[in-house]
Design a protein around this ligand. Structure first.
Ligand code: SAH
Ligand code: SF4
Length: 359
């Protein structure tokens, strides 16, 4: 048989959910605990091939080998290290597209910022990924391999995962849920749900769906205090206005002792005035939440500018006067264009892959 064909037809085992692996195991008359052994080999012991799975019989390893592939679905193209220690990884996908992943080391944790799509359909006017449009969803294996490969390159363990890289995770919710199930299953990666954050621009029905399917932290990219302004900079607001977004967000079941988070990118002279801060303060006062204020990270060719430090502090001070828990987020990795909104990559298939855009 043509090996290329075989490669195409063979599913990567990392595209299977824990339940699907268990189903495969049961269908082949093996005991359910075999699924856990496979999970441990793939995600904890980081086996390179099925043959390494020494506690499975040779026959079963051969069957796995015939049924699935397990090689990396992405390939490292470039690693850049910022002077603040942030690392940015550029990965090649098998179809020639590229994605970026960012590792942010801090004193008590190592946060990995993961991409969920190639490009993004939602077209926020301040975001580089949004200028590209959506090219395609990432497969579970392509999302999980960002974690597995970055973990391999670094001695310090990845402790936290944020879906704040390229793409809108809730526009790829089926694969996102599979990935979260693998990240949190103790027999697979085993991270606490409290250490995983999904950031969304506000696909309201999907917020509800996510809350019904998994437990994770939610970060909502608000970015404007009124519908008029949000319509302008985040077109998704025309479909799901602020009132509907806040309603869905406060109902989201965040893990115990965790807070719903809002993000607010400060764009100079666009959404950073005293009046904007007061309107935002009134909007969020009384809601149990935290807000991250993110000074805009400048990225060519976007027309926006970052506000002065003074403006950022004043904006924060006004929010505090409404008793809102507000933090100014540092722009980690901006010298290597690794900060929020600066991620970009080559998209050779932009013109040819239109048909995949709705996958
Ligand atoms: N699509 C999701 C997650 C990816 S964007 C979302 O929109 O939430 C992650 C965060 O980066 C969002 O809060 C977004 O508002 C912010 N962001 C986008 N471009 C930015 C930029 N140039 N400077 C600072 N933050 C930016
Ligand atoms: Fe997409 Fe998020 Fe960028 Fe908006 S901010 S275009 S939703 S990635």
């Amino acid at each position: 048989m043509d090996t290329k064909m075989l490669e195409k037809e063979t599913k990567n085992i990392k595209d299977l959910s824990p339940l699907e692996i268990e189903k495969f195991v049961l269908e082949n008359n093996m005991k359910p605990f075999r699924a856990k052994q496979i999970g441990k080999w793939v995600y904890q012991k980081k086996a390179a091939c099925f043959d390494e799975m020494s506690d499975l019989s040779k026959d079963f390893r051969d069957l796995l080998e015939l049924s699935f592939s397990m090689e990396h679905s992405i390939e490292l193209d470039l690693e850049q290290i910022s002077k603040d220690g942030t690392k940015k990884y550029l990965f090649n996908l098998s179809d020639g597209n590229q994605i970026e992943t960012v590792l942010i080391p801090e004193k008590s944790r190592n946060t990995l910022c993961i991409s969920s799509q190639v490009g993004c359909a939602l077209g926020c006017t301040f975001c580089l990924t949004g200028t590209v449009g959506k090219i395609r969803n990432l497969k579970p294996s392509e999302i999980l391999d960002q974690y597995l490969m970055v973990s391999k390159y670094n001695d310090d363990k990845v402790t936290n995962i944020v879906f704040m890289g390229m793409g809108e995770p809730l526009d790829n919710i089926n694969n996102l849920v599979r990935v979260i199930n693998i990240l949190t299953d103790p027999n697979y990666i085993g991270l606490s749900p409290k250490r995983i954050t999904v950031s969304t621009s506000g696909l309201v029905p999907k917020i509800k769906e996510l809350g019904e399917k998994v437990s994770v932290n939610l970060a909502v990219s608000l970015n404007a205090p009124t519908d008029e302004l949000r319509d302008e900079i985040m077109p998704v607001n025309k479909r799901y206005p602020i009132s509907a977004l806040i309603d869905a967000s406060v109902k989201f079941p965040v893990p115990n002792r965790k807070y719903l988070m809002f993000e607010y990118v400060l764009l100079k002279d666009v959404n950073d005035t005293d009046s904007d801060a007061h309107t935002l303060g009134r909007l969020l006062s009384g809601i149990k939440c935290k807000i991250n204020v993110i000074p805009f990270n400048e990225a060519q060719p976007l027309p926006y500018k970052s506000p002065s430090r003074e403006r950022v502090l004043k904006f924060q001070e006004i929010l505090i006067s409404y008793k809102i828990n507000v933090r100014i987020r540092k722009s980690r990795g901006s010298d290597i264009l690794g900060a929020c909104g600066q991620l970009a990559a080559k998209y050779p298939s932009k013109k040819t892959n239109k048909a995949q855009a709705n996958n």
